[in-house]
Write a protein that binds this ligand. Sequence first.
Ligand code: SF4
Length: 62
Amino acid sequence: MSGGGWSCPHEVGGNCSKVNDQPCDPGMKGCELYGRYAFFNDDKNDRLRQKAERLRAPAAEE
Ligand code: SF4
């Protein structure tokens, strides 16, 4: 995860010092960004989108 214009302070040589030195995968479980930001990888936006849709949905839907 380098060269993308952003680098995480937890990334050390491509591995995550925060998640057991596993290969850095921004947004993976355990990553400090998990669930907090939208990602370029759209898969990881699902959570955010579902949340947003739930907020938008009429309360009467149940
Ligand atoms: S997985 Fe997340 S916390 Fe870990 S180095 Fe990558 S961006 Fe940082």
